[in-house]
Design a protein around this ligand. Structure first.
Ligand code: MSP
Length: 516
């Protein structure tokens, strides 16, 4: 087994059904996980639901259901979304899981042992929607002078006896850590935000609640449950086997989260871990938000789109490809039905799908499916292979550095090179005039298509998998990408290519373009 690679998504609040923003994060994390597996890493990939806290309690109350029943039902939808979108998680964690309660109590105890927890009275502003405390100075003014959190959500004044975490103690250690680990917070804009926030000074953090009991019990302190973010963040440790397991996958390589929750992951989380004497994760990456036609999604705007509907309309591969290709990773991105259809048809269905379809069906029809012989080579063949090798290496470099859209763009250059080659070489007209040359051209194309299909597997696992199945290409890791020995082995095995079916169907713009 290769070197461990532990990747996590945020765990979502199951107070409603998942929307496209949740799907986006799960898909991006999945593409990275699949990519790292292909690279030979021993990947552990965790996602799940964040089920405690006041938001869950209030939603359940409003709906007249038990909070446990709400969590069960909605968590099921999140899991179903991951399964439908081919998100290859190793564990779908629920913070109501028993081992998670144990892990949360263990980290609490470790922070207490370090002298970082004390009982006092909390008075201040709390946003239930964000499950976050805010200082007076952070609040903004809404309509009619209402006080709002910096995220624009309502805040209420709360006063209760709570446990505090000595966050103020960690200001300097955190700044030192950021300085020594420039890759800890990415992208750059998020890092700068956090540096400014921590440089501004840190107040101690209220980390328990007494006004409700839906949460992890604070050890030795009856009536207190942990602040939901304490147990939520600890999910990453639970998944690594904390406190009794071998912790093979810790520290995490990548916490992939949205830009709205970077503070929790890049300030509170490392401070908790430092306090508990546990190694810190390597990178926290705050991706951008997905906007519908440039607008924020909200229930009142009626554009909170169900990712399962989108997958039915545009296909799982279509949706995955669009999101990873269109949105520059780390920035906000916009989507609409037209944008998805245009992108998927031009690049996936036409440029790549059609290339594979034309080539393989031509071989099936004219060579009885036999892998084309060596034929008469030309400089153009070697040039094409070189361009495709460079394109696939570009995808790998992009994915290695979390530049996902740039990676896909590099790949696409290889696809376009193949299309230019096929038009210039016109194997169909060589069939009668120069079959030797035709063989060499087809052979080059088969090798190129296989390399491109392997490289794009993390993005479109189903369609790329179908192309590789049609070629009988079982080896799919990176090492196999530019190995021409594969071709010879297919020939030696007397393998044949069956008449192919299109791997990437063309999309039609849905008659009714709303709400997608
Ligand atoms: N429960 C917390 C996370 C705890 S992690 C220890 C939470 N949940 S959430 O359901 O509100 O959000 C889950 C993830 O989805 C977050 O990373 C969030 O940034 C992301 N997104 C929510 N809306 C989004 C978009 N519109 N676009 C992209 N991602 C978005 O926060």
């Amino acid at each position: 087994m290769g070197h461990p690679f532990y990747i996590t998504t945020a765990i979502s609040y199951p107070n409603g059904r998942p929307h496209i923003g949740h799907a986006y994060e799960a898909i991006a994390a999945d593409a990275i996980a699949r990519f790292q597996r292909q690279a030979g890493r021993d990947v552990r990939f965790q996602t799940g639901t964040d089920e405690h806290g006041l938001k869950m309690v209030q939603t359940a109350r409003d709906r007249g259901v038990e909070v446990r029943a709400l969590a069960d039902e909605m968590s099921g939808y999140f899991k179903a979304m991951c399964d439908k979108l081919e998100v290859s998680y190793d564990r779908f964690i629920r913070t109501t899981d028993t081992d998670h309660h144990r892990a949360s109590q263990a980290i609490w105890q470790a922070m207490a042992d370090a002298g970082d927890l004390y009982l006092d009275r909390y008075e201040g502003w709390y946003s239930v929607r964000d499950e976050a405390f805010y200082d007076e100075k952070e609040l903004v003014e809404g309509e009619g002078g209402a006080k709002l959190s910096p995220q624009g959500t309502p805040v209420t004044w709360t006063a209760e006896e709570t446990w505090f975490f000595r966050l103020s103690r960690y200001q300097q250690p955190l700044l030192d850590f950021y300085a020594a680990n420039s890759d800890f917070i990415r992208p750059e804009a998020r890092r700068n935000e956090i540096l400014r926030f921590v440089e501004g000074g840190l107040s101690d953090l209220s980390v328990s609640r007494t006004s409700f009991d839906w949460g992890v019990a604070v050890p030795g302190s009856p009536g207190h449950v942990m602040y939901v973010w304490v147990d939520a963040l600890t999910n990453y440790l639970t998944g690594a086997g904390y406190p009794d397991g071998d912790m093979t996958y810790w520290p995490a390589d990548l916490h992939l989260i949205g830009k709205d929750i970077v503070r929790f992951h890049a300030v509170y989380w490392p401070a908790f871990l430092m306090s508990a004497g546990i190694a810190l994760p390597k990178t926290v990456f705050g991706h951008g938000f997905l906007l519908h036609r440039g607008e924020k999604m909200s229930k009142s705007l009626g554009n909170v789109v169900d990712p399962l509907d989108l997958a039915d309309l545009f296909g799982v591969d279509g949706l995955r490809y669009f999101l990873l290709r269109e949105v520059s990773f780390g920035q906000d991105g916009s989507y609409s039905a037209e944008a998805i259809v245009t992108r998927v048809n031009a690049e996936l269905a036409n440029a790549f799908g059609n290339l594979a379809q034309r080539t393989l069906s031509f071989i099936a029809k004219n060579l009885g499916g036999a892998f084309p012989e060596t034929g008469r080579a030309d400089l153009a063949d070697a040039q094409l292979i070189e361009e495709v090798v460079v394109a696939c290496a570009g995808l790998r470099a992009g994915f290695d550095d979390l530049l996902l859209s740039q990676g896909v763009e590099a790949w696409l250059r290889g696809v376009f090179a193949c299309n230019q080659y096929i038009d210039a070489q016109a194997p169909w007209s060589l069939r009668k005039t120069d079959p030797e040359r035709m063989h060499a051209v087809l052979r080059t194309l088969v090798r190129a298509i296989r390399m491109l299909a392997i490289a794009i597997l993390p993005v479109v696992p189903a369609g790329a998998g179908r192309v590789l199945d049609q070629l009988g290409a079982a080896e799919r890791d990176h090492v196999a990408i530019d190995d021409d020995g594969w071709y010879q082995r297919r020939v030696d095995a007397g393998a044949v290519i069956a008449p192919p079916t299109p791997a990437f169907p063309r999309l039609e713009l849905p008659a009714e373009t709303e709400p997608a």
